[in-house]
Design a protein around this ligand. Structure first.
Ligand code: ARG
Length: 459
């Protein structure tokens, strides 16, 4: 098969070499972006008098037919034509004849491929934003119900202090809010047109880059043609933002998995988001949460992979950069899939409030309450800490909790202790009294719920 770039060549690569060189197997995902870029480019060429009105008309007609065919999956690509750009150009020439060869006037595949990826990521980032919002919405829905559900809070995965279960859930709302903000901010850099940068140096044709950018809906153009064709920062940034987001989902997954275990039984995931075992009839496994946790690995991998591809590259375009695509596509699909799963999984999960209550009543997570109580009555905190620590040891020895200690024992430990101590030791009180800004006190949590609602309503 003759190549679109074959003029200078006496011999074509063998098919297996073509296979190695080609990106059509994956960059066909850019078909609509590539067509869109071509429409803008040829329209601009016509407006600038570089192509005649008739030529523009013919080319636009051909591109429209290719789009229809792409929509109904009727385009056949070939490895010999290497990538989506050459395949479409080849198909266009087949469709409308030699005039199709004028489409590539004043353009190179280098600015073309960069344009495609800017268009692709711009749309995907907007869709990802919507999906992040849907997870936040599901979290908020659960949080609203569980403001007064008291649960154990952990550090080192050891019982630490009682908390509102909504407070725990809302921590993930705010993580995802930062993710949302990061993606939104990245749009500034994605929303920039490289089109018209040519191979690297610009072009001798009197093109109008601002016009093609405007036709594509880009807010600005790259200032430097060499930067335009060699910049992949926006993809690295996307992979980094995706890594952060899926890292958050992975931490949340880990908690859902632990909470679903027989040992915790804090929540139950809906049947629709769980699977069974092929051998053990009793099993209900949190596979979706485990998969999200597992898929985090490949997203981190894609980030590291692209950084490594780019690190030694001289300006401007190098074929190494074709390696930017598979990781980007996979990350888009993985992240979007994970966010979709999460929205449904959180929305439908059942919280065992009774189990949470029981758990928090059977531990020492009220020890800080007792220490704070002593400190508030003038005992230096360090001393109070020591007194309570000793009481905990006494309890452990007897297999009881602080609230089960006889009043006399408490009084003996510190004379400042009064009868009201038993009220203070209640986990519910421990949560209620933590009304410092951003704390787990119910008023504070309700305030968070209101803030979160406002954020979701503003979009
Ligand atoms: N398939 C190529 C890529 O993805 C398109 C650009 C090719 N440019 C070139 N000069 N060979 O990077």
């Amino acid at each position: 098969m003759s190549k679109l770039w074959g003029g200078r060549f006496a011999q074509s690569p063998e098919e297996w070499v073509d296979e190695f060189n080609a990106s059509i197997g994956f960059d066909q995902q850019l078909v609509f972006e590539d067509l869109q870029g071509s429409v803008a480019h040829v329209t601009m060429l016509g407006e600038c008098g570089i192509l005649s009105a008739e030529e523009v008309h013919d080319i636009l007609g051909g591109l429209a037919r290719l789009k229809e065919k792409a929509e109904s999956n009727e385009l056949t690509y070939s490895v010999g034509n290497e990538d989506i750009h050459l395949n479409l150009e080849h198909l266009l020439i087949q469709e409308i004849g030699q005039v199709g060869g004028k489409l590539h006037t004043g353009r190179s595949r280098n600015d073309q491929v960069a344009t495609d990826m800017h268009l692709y990521l711009k749309n995907r980032v907007e869709e990802i934003g919507v999906l992040i919002r849907s997870v936040q919405k599901a979290i908020l829905k659960q949080a609203e119900v569980h403001v007064e559900t008291v649960a154990p809070g952990y550090t080192h995965l050891q019982r630490a202090q009682p908390i509102s279960f909504a407070h725990h859930l809302l921590a993930y709302f705010w993580m995802l809010e930062r993710d949302y903000q990061r993606f939104e901010d990245s749009l500034k850099r994605i929303d920039k047109s490289p089109l018209g940068a040519g191979a690297l140096a610009g072009t001798t044709f009197p093109i109008d880059r601002h016009r093609s950018a405007e036709l594509l809906g880009f807010s600005s153009i790259y200032e430097n043609s060499m930067d335009a064709v060699s910049d992949r920062d926006f993809i690295v940034e996307f992979l980094s933002n995706a890594s952060m987001t899926i890292m958050h989902l992975s931490r949340f997954s880990e908690e859902l998995i632990i909470w679903s275990s027989q040992e915790f039984q804090f929540i139950e995931l809906a049947d629709a988001f769980s699977t069974g075992s092929s051998i053990m009839p009793q099993k209900k496994n949190p596979d979706m949460a485990e998969l999200v946790r597992g898929k985090t690995g490949r997203v981190f991998g894609h980030l590291l992979s692209l950084l490594t591809v780019l690190k030694g590259l001289p300006l401007a375009y190098n074929k190494d950069m074709q390696e930017d695509k598979e990781g980007m596509f996979d990350t888009v699909h993985t992240l979007m899939g994970s966010l979709k799963i999460f929205a449904g999984m959180i929305d439908t999960m059942h919280v065992h409030t009774d189990r949470l209550k029981k758990a928090v009543n059977e531990d020492f997570s009220n020890a800080t309450e007792l220490a704070d109580y002593l400190a508030a009555k003038g005992v230096p905190f360090r001393e109070a800490h020591e007194i309570v620590g000793k009481l905990v040891l006494v309890c452990i020895g007897q297999g009881i909790y602080l609230k089960d200690l006889p009043f006399d024992t408490l009084k003996e430990a510190s004379p400042v202790i009064e009868e009201d101590i038993f009220q203070v030791l209640e986990p519910l009180q421990a949560v209620k009294r933590r009304e410092s800004a951003g704390g787990t006190g119910f008023k504070q949590v309700r305030n968070q719920v209101a803030q979160a609602k406002e954020i979701l309503q503003s979009v």
